[in-house]
Write a protein that binds this ligand. Structure first.
Ligand SMILES: O=C(O)CCC(=O)C(=O)O
Ligand SMILES: [Fe+2]
Length: 294
């Protein structure tokens, strides 16, 4: 007999994480949900992204709201090199409108990811919130094959776990086609989240998991409060040292500043009682985490 129950599978109406998360079904009208995957396959500028020198196991693209003067939001996270941001493509723009109707705040930035099969995944992490408007929520829209979001409490939030084989609290949230998972920042602070790989043979997968030949596109919309002007020479806003457009300062790529921000990101991944003001309050003007070659 197993000593511990399997993590619960949660969905609509359940208390998820710290209770500030929510799963919304049928977020897009059927006519849009039906064509969005194929349209995005063509309209989105897909890239491979690198982390620690290796390709991340999914295709990615970044889009956002580009202002008339060319300035745009920037979401910093530990990747060796993030793809360049483009303006919202047509189908993504429609999806964004529906997301904003359901949420009670705007979103100005999206990370779009194509999980090409069950072998593609995203490792356990907390979203990095230096640039995410405080008190806002992060949204994951799912299209195509159903995959499972796993939440696992950070180690320091479950001090009795890890000894004698007691696992840390964890929850599984299946994300069906045309659903929207709302990740509250309180849950992001106390839990890690992941889309684990699913290498089961196709015959063992449900029809929902086999949909679109097992391919999934997710759109992670965020409300970002940090910006770059079109020429990317300066940075300003919530996560920068200069908090307003007038106070924009030159971007920096110095080793010391990079190390400091990466250390802060590490703390956010580990600490349930992450002190945002103490760690991020001053801001950071770092743009790239490694020097681009060529
Ligand atoms: O694909 C997903 O739904 C999760 C994506 C995610 O966690 C992220 O981009 O930070
Ligand atoms: Fe995430």
């Amino acid at each position: 007999m197993p000593r511990h129950a399997l993590p619960p599978s949660l969905g609509v109406g359940d208390r998820i994480g710290e209770g500030d998360c929510e799963l919304v079904l049928d977020v897009l009208p059927p006519d849009l949900a039906e064509v969005a995957f194929e349209k995005m396959r063509k309209e989105v500028a897909w890239n491979v992204m690198y982390h620690r020198g290796g390709e991340v196991p999914r295709l990615v693209a970044v889009e956002g709201e580009v202002a008339a003067d060319g300035s745009f939001p920037i979401y910093r996270h530990p990747a060796d090199e993030s793809p360049a941001l483009g303006p919202f493509s047509p189908t993504v723009s429609l999806i964004r409108e529906h997301v904003q109707q359901v949420l009670d705040h705007p979103v100005n930035h999206v990370l779009i990811q194509h999980y090409r099969s069950g072998a593609d995944y995203i490792s356990e992490h907390s979203d990095k919130t230096i640039d995410v408007v405080r008190g806002s929520k992060v949204v994951n829209v799912s299209l195509g094959a159903q995959r499972v979001m796993t939440l696992r409490m950070k180690r320091d939030g479950a001090p009795n776990a890890g000894q004698g084989g007691v696992p840390r609290p964890s929850q599984k949230i299946p994300l069906p086609h045309n659903s929207m998972f709302v990740l509250g920042l309180e849950t992001n602070a106390k839990w890690l989240h992941a889309i684990n790989h699913d290498k089961r043979p196709i015959q063992l997968k449900s029809p929902e998991e086999q949909f679109m030949d097992g391919e999934r596109i997710s759109l992670t919309f965020r409300h970002i409060g940090t910006f770059l002007p079109g020429d990317e020479s300066r940075i300003y806003g919530q996560g920068a040292k200069g908090k307003t457009r007038e106070d924009a300062r030159p971007v920096v790529n110095g080793t010391e500043e990079v190390a400091k921000l990466l250390e802060a990101f590490g703390k956010e991944n580990q600490q349930s009682e992450f002190d945002w003001d103490a760690v991020y309050g001053e801001g950071s003007d770092v743009l790239h985490f490694t020097l681009r070659d060529g």
